[in-house]
Design a protein around this ligand. Structure first.
Ligand code: S3P
Length: 168
């Protein structure tokens, strides 16, 4: 399969943006982050959207942002960690690119997300929130064409593995 887009899915803190930027640079493709696209289009932050309008409003905007991005080709796309929860988003991703799920151990995730305290779904006890959401989403990322456990890998190793698996 030669991919038209490479789409990265995975829980918060699994390295979608870091890997995505590196991969895009390596391939000479553009890099898109669905959260950033949504924030730019609506001139607001994800945390304000959650705070002022709630999660379902955010999810509806997230689906539109994703659909808009995936109408184009030749991009590496990092998606928000919950974008996989909607069936329509999963179908749109599978139709429009090679979908790679990044996984990491809870310890690595907690270590990575603790430097950014703005994530609305991780407010309160970080350790408890991460474990609860990981449990709720345990199979949510398994629809991807390919799954990579990044726990022991460097960004360069993950990038190389994705290129190999996407057959680019
Ligand atoms: C979310 C993940 C976040 C962002 C929002 C909700 C989630 O993106 O879309 O806070 O539901 O997992 P990152 O995975 O880039 O942190």
């Amino acid at each position: 399969m030669t991919a038209s887009n490479i789409i990265l899915v995975g829980f918060m803190g699994t390295g979608k943006s870091t890997v995505g930027k590196k991969l895009a640079e390596h391939l000479g493709w553009s890099f898109q982050d669905s959260d950033v696209a949504l924030e730019e289009a609506h001139q607001t932050s994800i945390s304000d959207l959650f705070r002022l309008h709630g999660e379902s409003y955010f999810r509806a905007l997230e689906s539109k942002a994703l659909e808009h991005i995936l109408a184009r080709k030749g991009q590496v796309v990092a998606t928000g960690g919950g974008a996989v929860l909607a069936e329509c988003n999963r179908a749109c991703m599978l139709e429009n690119g090679f979908v790679v799920a990044l996984k990491a151990s809870p310890e690595i995730i907690i270590q990575r997300v603790s430097s950014d305290t703005s994530r609305p779904l991780l407010q309160g006890n970080l350790d408890e929130r991460v474990h609860l959401l990981l449990e709720q989403r345990k199979s949510a990322y398994d629809f991807a064409h390919s799954v990579i456990d990044t726990t022991q890998l460097t960004t360069d190793q993950i990038t190389a593995l994705i290129i190999q698996r996407a057959e680019i």
